[in-house]
Design a protein around this ligand. Structure first.
Ligand SMILES: Cc1cc2nc3c(=O)[nH]c(=O)nc-3n(C[C@H](O)[C@H](O)[C@H](O)COP(=O)(O)OP(=O)(O)OC[C@H]3O[C@@H](n4cnc5c(N)ncnc54)[C@H](O)[C@@H]3O)c2cc1C
Length: 409
């Protein structure tokens, strides 16, 4: 009997991770990656960081063509998929062609959310390599760059803009950057960082309209009208479920998958930004973090290679703001009544917030303290009881909290 062919629809992070993970786990059939972009899979987080700030290509490409050739992994770029026809075991392309597929991993990611009327040469979104390269050309000294939305992407783009000598003005409804994602303490610290670096923060008032003007793009808020040379729209993404819908898959806020990444059609899996997975701690949730995309791809690879594995990771991510590294773990599951404990000095950009529920860590976010996040992961996974004062006390080694448990076991 011949080995099954596995096709990944969408050639981004999931595709690159799945290809490697399948081979590592001994999957012996052909692997075909179909992507509509004109280039091979690349590291998307680079696009708002190193690539945008400097044009760097270091670490950009995710798959080595020689490795693909040696491992029977076929990459077809510039290839747009219309739908999956699971009944006939094929993926149907928009040009009418078909690709045989016994198993499919749907990984179409997401596309930037926009607003009606927001278009034109001076309006940008950043999702693809081409988007990032086009925007970088506008980030020049003296140019005033508006950023609509002060989330992770918007703040990284503002940082890249001022790093390149442009002016950046960030518009956000919230009074504190990133507070909803990372809590008020870290949010305030990041807000201060951007102010000190010279970003013009227009926070706490809604943008009521945006229109092209004679001098640039005119942005209206309650506080007045601001004209910027270019406007970058960073108001989130929508999962790209078009292929899923045309294929008859169950779709809600993304493609519904079980803990193994399986969709409503058993031979079709989905992962990454497009997938709303069934998580043992958080219930159905769709996450837009690269580590989650990669781990989901690995779990699916294990399952199709014969060792069923569910994905139960507490969701880790990072963002770089200038040279400051920020990480988060388990934040999708934080509730308003969880107790936040601060360790270190957030305003000095050196600290961690832990969230406790019933004396157990359920999430953490850090500035320049990735090592605290590693310990938080262990505390969370093992549900080791800790006292708030132990977490807050810098004279207590966090690792000792793990060892206390090991001694006690
Ligand atoms: C600028 C930027 C910065 C980011 N920074 C961070 C960060 O710092 N930390 C973090 O954790 N995450 C970050 N992310 C999020 C991270 O990149 C995503 O979570 C990750 O890319 C998801 O991988 P994916 O494979 O699901 O989707 P993608 O990597 O988006 O790949 C999907 C691919 O499918 C293609 N496709 C769609 N429809 C079709 C079709 N019909 N036929 C063929 N191909 C199709 C798309 O064109 C795309 O190439 C960032 C994202 C962006 C855009």
């Amino acid at each position: 009997m011949s080995e099954p062919t596995l096709v990944v629809v969408g050639a981004g992070h999931v595709a690159a991770s799945a290809a490697r993970a399948l081979r590592r786990r001994g999957f012996a059939g052909p692997v075909v990656l179909l992507g509509d972009e004109p280039v091979a899979p690349y590291d998307r987080p680079h696009l708002s960081k190193e690539r945008l700030a400097s044009g760097s290509e270091a670490g950009l490409w995710l798959l080595d063509p020689d490795w693909c050739a040696a491992n029977d992994v076929t990459l077809r770029t510039g290839t747009r998929v219309d739908r999956i026809d699971a009944g006939s075991g094929a993926v149907v392309l928009t040009d009418g062609g078909t690709v045989p597929a016994d198993l499919v991993v749907l990984a179409t990611g997401g596309r930037p959310r926009t607003l009606p009327g927001l278009d034109g040469d001076r309006v940008h979104t950043v999702r693809t390599l081409a988007d990032s390269d086009r925007l970088r050309e506008r980030l020049t000294p003296g140019r005033r760059i508006g950023v609509l939305g002060g989330g992770f992407l918007g703040t990284e783009i503002a940082a890249a803009a001022v790093t390149r000598g442009a002016e950046a003005v960030v518009f956000d409804l919230d009074p504190v950057l990133l507070a909803r994602a990372l809590g008020p303490g870290i949010g305030a610290a990041i807000t201060g960082l951007h102010r000190r670096r010279g970003v013009d923060l227009r926070l706490g008032s809604p943008v009521t309209s945006v229109r092209p003007g004679p001098e640039g793009v005119e942005v209206d808020t309650d506080a007045g009208t601001e004209t910027v040379d270019d406007l970058v729209v960073c108001i989130g993404i929508v999962p790209d479920t078009d292929v899923a819908v045309r294929s008859g898959l169950a779709v809600g806020n993304g493609v519904d998958v079980d803990a193994h990444g399986r969709t409503s059609i058993p031979t079709v899996f989905a992962a990454g930004d497009v997938a709303a997975h069934d998580h043992p701690r958080y219930g159905r949730i769709r996450v837009e973090h690269v580590d989650v995309a990669q781990q989901q791809a690995q779990a699916i690879a294990s399952t199709v290679a014969g060792r069923a594995k569910s994905f139960a990771d507490p969701h880790w991510f990072w963002t770089d703001q200038y040279d400051v590294n920020v990480q988060g773990l388990g934040l999708g599951g934080i509730r308003p009544d969880d107790v936040a404990i601060t360790r270190g000095d957030l305003d000095e950009l050196d600290g961690t917030v832990f969230w406790l529920r019933d004396g157990v860590v359920v999430g953490a976010a850090s500035i320049e303290r990735g090592e605290d996040i590693s310990v938080a992961r262990e505390l969370l996974d093992l549900e080791i009881p800790v006292r708030p004062e132990q977490l807050a006390d810098e004279s207590v080694e966090l690792e000792d909290l793990l060892e206390e448990e090991e001694v006690g076991v």
